[in-house]
Design a binder for this molecule. Structure first.
Ligand SMILES: [Zn+2]
Ligand SMILES: [Zn+2]
Length: 332
């Protein structure tokens, strides 16, 4: 298969589909800065609009993954140079406190806003639907259990694939792509061992807790690349919609290889990638780089509909200084 890139990729994709597909979008549950909005709002909106323009009724089922199993912040010996020798700095997003202090976790803070804003697209395209799923809800699916246990047991098999297709350097250690979150102190640092079948053992290097229990009785963190394969299989995903940074990291080839190795009977989804939003300072816009800006979504949609390249440079006229992140209702 081939990747579908940017605007011309989106139009080619719309030509090939019926409008009833299942589309997957993953989000780290943070805000709606222009970088996030590109994959989360602008491209879904344009996908539906072009379907309509091409005479196909948009009835897309969007599966929105709330990535609460991801690392709170990436850490590792040098995570820019060795992007596959990584682990959570403290814990998973599921157990990351809400910065604003009003909710139990950052996920509880952002998820209602994500749902509220995305549901607004339904005002314009009545027959589409959104299903919001936290990664941590996947634990009851047998395939999730199987692949997560495999990830804990044999992370070096996954490193081989990541290294081969990304062309990036990697160290021999540390290599782990999933692990237990301590039931006592909620930190991720420690040793997770699969004793046998679905029996898991945990030894916390933060608080010293030792625990042995069946798989379902622990909470986990899990690196998003192998985790996506579980989501594709469980939700029978036809199309993945991702930010352009994933294409730059060679996720197109990596996903193909992971599916082939871990779920060979799964149909490979069509993969569309959006442009990467570049901030005013010339770097990729992201919360961790502290260079976010909020866009006027209507203007961002118009500008994106005339843009077919890798890096979308945000300009001052697209930026809204005063924006209510909780409610984008005015745009639809
Ligand atoms: Zn809150
Ligand atoms: Zn602990």
């Amino acid at each position: 298969m081939k990747p579908y890139l940017y605007l011309s990729g989106l139009k080619n994709l719309v030509n090939e589909i019926t409008g009833c597909e299942v589309v997957h979008i993953g989000i780290r549950p943070y805000g709606f800065h222009a970088g996030n909005a590109m994959a989360l709002i602008v491209y879904p909106y344009l996908l539906c609009k072009y379907l309509e323009d091409y005479g196909k009724a948009p009835k897309i089922q969007f599966i929105i993954s709330i990535n609460d199993w991801e690392q709170d912040t990436l850490d590792g010996p040098d995570y820019r140079k060795y992007p596959f020798n990584i682990y959570p700095k403290n814990t998973s997003l599921q157990f990351t406190p809400d910065e604003s202090g009003c909710c139990k976790s950052t996920v509880d803070h952002w998820q209602p806003m994500i749902e509220n804003n995305l549901n607004k697209i339904k005002n314009r395209f009545k027959e589409i639907s959104f299903k919001f799923v936290r990664n941590s809800e996947l634990i009851s699916y047998p395939y999730c259990e199987k692949l997560l246990i495999e990830t804990i047991k044999n992370p070096k098999d996954q490193l081989k694939i990541l290294k081969k297709y990304s062309g990036k350097d990697a160290l021999d250690e540390p290599v782990s792509y999933a692990g237990v979150i301590c039931p006592k102190c909620r930190r991720s640092h420690g040793k997770t061992t699969v004793v046998k079948n679905n029996l898991i053992q945990w030894k916390c290097s933060n608080c010293g807790t030792r625990a042995k229990d069946t798989f379902k009785n622990f909470q986990y963190w899990w690196y998003h690349k192998p985790m996506l394969i579980a989501r594709i299989r469980i939700f029978k995903i036809d199309i993945t919609l991702s930010g352009g940074d994933h294409f730059s990291e060679e996720d197109f080839k990596i996903r193909e290889a992971l599916i082939k190795k871990y779920s060979p009977k799964t149909k490979e989804p069509k993969m569309i990638f959006t442009p990467t939003v570049v901030a005013l300072n010339g770097e990729k816009m992201s919360k961790s780089r502290n260079n976010i800006a909020f866009a006027d979504i209507k203007k961002l949609i118009s500008a994106t509909a005339n843009f077919d390249d890798k890096n979308f440079y945000i300009t001052q006229d697209l930026i809204l200084d005063k924006l209510d992140e909780k409610d984008y209702s005015s745009i639809f």
